[in-house]
Design a protein around this ligand. Structure first.
Ligand code: CTP
Ligand code: MG
Length: 246
């Protein structure tokens, strides 16, 4: 089926702390977005790659233009759109720019520059087998607990107290690209547009929107190398991995 990849690259990268959009931060000499573009194009599944960049951007747009030129005519069409205030807004802007007739879309973070082709393939295959939504995921290695702020006398001991422990065997850390039936993802985003600010603030991925309308979200194996570059330590890890792969 006609498939597009959306790459969201409109974040500011506050936690990485470079003072420039994270997608522009270099890894092994190339901006994170260029790694993500190469990965998405190299997977060979998309007829269009749509990139959401920061509103005031010129550099990432130029990078996309140069990349499209290098790819040439037979390669996927590269489209650039201004992103929004939240990741969800950026995804919505990109969905609006997909070519008519696009049936499947893989939504990917520019901040996951080392995602192997196999992950794109596993997600795309699940869509071809009929999934309306599919996420790549890996087992969780830490024990995950919920907490609440302490009150009264307890507050003098520590700021938070444990309220419960999740069953680790059931937990997964979810990555991108996340795959969707385009129509299903569009209607989920339309529904979310009617939500209140607190609900909207709690949206951290696209699959959550699909879950909220009761459509099954399938899970395929992710990959440790598809980790998200969020903090300076993550960038160090990424540099080390690229250096080791030579
Ligand atoms: N993203 C986006 N539009 C936004 C916010 C995020 O396109 N308004 C993208 C980022 O560019 C990134 C992905 O969503 O590729 C995951 O977001 P995150 O890791 O949080 O990146 P940033 O928002 O840039 O980082 P931070 O939260 O530290 O500012
Ligand atoms: Mg963010």
């Amino acid at each position: 089926s006609p498939t597009a990849v959306v790459i969201v690259a409109a974040g500011s990268g506050m936690r990485l702390g470079y003072g420039i959009p994270k997608a522009l931060v270099p890894l092994a000499g190339a901006p994170l977005l260029l790694h993500a573009l190469r990965g998405a194009a190299g997977a060979g599944i998309a007829r269009q790659i749509c990139v959401a960049v920061p509103e005031d951007d010129t550099e990432l747009t130029e990078l996309c233009r140069t990349f499209a030129e290098e790819l040439g005519e037979l390669a996927p069409e590269i489209t650039v759109v201004p992103g929004g205030e939240t990741r969800s807004d950026s995804v919505r802007a990109a969905l609006a720019a997909l070519a008519p007739g696009t049936v499947h879309v893989l939504v990917h973070d520019a901040a996951r520059p080392l995602t192997p082709s196999e992950v794109f393939h596993r997600v795309a295959e699940a869509l071809e087998r009929g999934a309306g939504a599919v996420v790549p995921a890996i087992p969780v290695v830490d024990t995950i607990k919920s907490t609440a702020p302490t009150e009264g006398e307890a507050a003098a001991v520590a700021a938070e107290v444990v309220t419960g422990t999740a069953v680790r065997e059931q937990l997964r850390a979810v990555q991108t690209p996340q795959g969707f039936d385009v129509a299903a993802l569009r209607s989920a985003h339309e529904l979310a547009a009617t939500w209140g600010p607190e609900q909207v603030a709690a949206i951290t991925d696209d699959a959550m929107l699909i879950e909220s309308i009761g459509t099954p979200v399938y899970v395929v194996p992710g990959d440790l190398q598809a980790f998200k570059v969020t903090t300076p330590m993550d960038l160090h890890v990424a540099e080390t991995l690229v250096a080791a792969q030579g």
